[in-house]
Every structure is written in structure tokens, then in C-alpha cells.
Design a protein around this ligand. Sequence first.
Ligand SMILES: Cc1ncc(COP(=O)(O)O)c(C=O)c1O
Length: 311
Amino acid sequence: MAKKLDPSYRPEFAVLNGEVVSFGEAKISIMAPGLTFAATVFEGMRAYWNPDHEQLYVLHLQDHLERLEFSMRVIELDNPPSTEDFTAQVMAGLRANKLREDCYIRVQAYVDNWGEMIAIGPVGSSVICRARPRADAFATGKHFAVSSWRRNADDASPPRIKATANYLNSRLAGLEAKRIGADGGIILNRDGTVSEGPGGCLFIVRDGCLITPPVTAGILESITRRTLLHLADDMDLVAVERDVGRTELYLAEECFYCGTGQEIVPILSVDGKTLGNGEPGPLTRHLQTAYDNIVRCKDEAYKDWLTPVYE
Ligand SMILES: Cc1ncc(COP(=O)(O)O)c(C=O)c1O
């Protein structure tokens, strides 16, 4: 079982506008357009502790910061911090908090101060690094239900941008799932095909083949999804990106949810219909093991995906 964190836990330090400050000092204006008009984009990353190496490794740091750069460009933030600035800030946040365990890192960029809906500056930024153990669901799995909420479309509030605004849709789906007794919701797009979950992408397994909805299905272009497609290729598994119909979920031998925070969570049932034998499936377990070895730098072949934090 993963170690549980005390819900009152807060990291000692945060990075606000490039400066390490105490977590309590990291505040923004109540009239910041980042808050009042959701002019905020962000990234969520994980760092993994390897006790044998006495080292903390940030997973896919560069890819996350490149996605953040894309998000900042689309919402037209004026002169935001660069990828190099954010790299230094992530390292500063992890080191200031002396984190030597699995962590989660949230990097945010927003319009600060006071302004109208289309204000593009002044841009504020923050980096929060905190301990976050693996969720128990990695081992035990979850039960999902298809949501009645549809995914926001690319021509409305584009899911490809990692904007806080998009998480209203995820929140509604998550609240509904909780209300009906499911652990998570599966969101369909306007075409009625599977999009993703509130905070992660989906894979199903049919006839031994991995299938995941395409990047045009209303998903965030997930770095974990891309990683798993890469891994599947390296492992000579068949993996395809194609539309997935709702009832295909019920036919799947296996299904899992993936994302930086979720990692790889087996889905044991959808809409009360048991998948396979109701246990995490063998392909899911196989990918979980490979993933865990990679993220902790136990598999040298993928060490380029990791950035060590300590000297
Ligand atoms: C809506 C949504 N989809 C997918 C993902 C997975 O993306 P990634 O693997 O890049 O973390 C996330 C994770 O943050 C998410 O919030």
C-alpha cells in the first residue's frame, strides 16, 4: 500500500515569480484575470525517488515545459518565463523543500494583478513541489462510469491546451461519478465516441491489441499516453490510435487510465459491467512494471526521459 499523506501537509516553500518563498507567502491578487477569467495554464509533473541511487528524477521535464510553452502561446501570455527559467524554478522548488521521496510538481502561469478578460499581462508564475506517493488504485484498480457530460470541443475550450478552464468539464464529470458511486467518469465527445477521463487518458485492450482514442478525440495530448505508445512499440505490442465507441468499453478485456498523476490505473468495470475477470489485466500489469522501472531509473535504456535533481 502506498504511504498516505496527512491532508494538512503543505510544502515549506513554493516558487513565486521565480523566487523561492515560504508556501504561505505565495499569494496572488483576488482580481487577477488568472482567477477571475481563468486565464491560467499549467503543467503537472512527477518526480520519483530512487533510494539506491539516492536520487530524485523528474520525468519528462522538457516535454511538460514544451507543452506549457504551447499553452502559454495559445492563450497569448505576454513575455512569460522561458522553458529554461521554469527548469531552474522546478529544481529550486524541489531542492528548497529537500524532497527525497516521490513528488508532484505543479507549474502555473497566469495573468496576475487586475485586468480585463483579454488582458495578456502582467504574467505571474508559480511552482509548487510536494511529496505525493503513488495512489493505492495503481495496485487495486478503479470502477468507472460513462459521464453524461460531453467533452469540451477543440473549437470551444480546447482540451489540447492545459488550461484550468478545461477542468470545469472534468470537475462536473468527477462530481457526477462520485454521486453515482463510481470512482471516475469517462467523458464522451460530441460525436459520442470516447474522449478521456477527468484527469487522464484511456486505453482499452481488445484481442490483445492496445487501443486509445486519437489526439482529435478531445483529449489533452498526454505525455503518459505518448510514453505508453512508445513503450508498446518497443515491446512489440500492437497499439493503435483510433475512435473508441462507448460499448467497446464493455467488450474490452482490459482497460486503464493513464496520466502523470494517475500513472497507470487499472479500470475493473465500466457502468457496472465487469471487464475481463474483474482484476487488473496482464497487459496492464506488464506496462505498470515497465513504467515503474523507467520512472525510477532502474531501466537505463530510458534514462534520457529523466532529469536528476541532486548533484
Ligand atoms: C484531462 C487530462 N487528460 C490527460 C491527462 C494526462 O496527461 P499527462 O500524461 O501529460 O499527464 C491529464 C493529466 O494531467 C489530464 O488532466
